[in-house]
Ligand binder design. Sequence first.
Ligand SMILES: [Fe+2]
Length: 328
Amino acid sequence: MSDKTIAALEAAQGLDDLYPIIAENRYTAGWHKARPSLWREPKTPYRPLHWRYKDAYLALDRAGEWISTELAERRNLLMFNPVGDNDYATVPSIVTAYQMIKPHEYARTHRHTPNALRLILDAKPGVYTVVNGVKLPMRAGDVLLTPNLHWHSHYNEGEHNAYWIDFLDVPLVHLLQPMFFDELPGTLQDVQSEPDPETCPFVFSRVSVLAKLAEIPDGPGGARRYVLPSEAFIPTMTLSYLHIHAGGLTPQAKTTANRIFAVTEGRGEAKVGDRNFAFERGDVFCVPSWTSYEIGALETALLFEVSDEAALRKLNLYFDRTPGSAAR
Ligand SMILES: [Fe+2]
């Protein structure tokens, strides 16, 4: 403490004199905080929101008229939650984006510490990704993982635009700050192997997911949930599929996880907090932490879900107030 501060403290006649002196020395008086730091249960400024694939599809097609191949890997539409000046994160820990790549384009090889994964919406043969030298087809309905620091690049050697949804834990990395990003000199990545995608742990094909779901009995509300065995590769996010029979409705749930749902098949309606979202194939909606939600299917629906449940469980911060839940 400087002599000036010591003199000012000694001369203080009361708390009103003390506050500016301690603030100047980068202290906040714990008994005089502007905002509380603890509260009784979770609260979030993040809102339940719905993004329609139809809108994004058209917007990406229009962008494709002007965004060149050079910027193909950035021809995406980030689904942001308008909280303060945020124009990036979908929920506090995860960002989601619709992406389109045109015929004969590729997205340059790069890697980063954030984990990434993709749900393919529309892609004809000839669209593929390469992850650390392993060539994998990008087929509609499949999920492909790009764990952290794995080199990845995407290619469209077909004749039609390809569309998918990206999910990344970038906002979590922003918070904790261990961001690293590299681009491979040159642009193309050598293909070292082209395995049967059904044998690759980074691929969850639509066919294999449907087979797994078929083994699971119906739960309450005509819904079944299959959690992908992906956590060994992506420890921050839980990936799962929710299958709901036509006319089914999931029990109302409420947990501390932030969730993003992408509709891969069917249509229905989700009630999230005080919002109602009529969803159809390709749509995305988010369920922020501690927001009640239930999902109903008008036609048999299959939804892919990405959440930060895995990260929260590791930190002992996962709480579930869904009736009948075994979690605390
Ligand atoms: Fe990437």
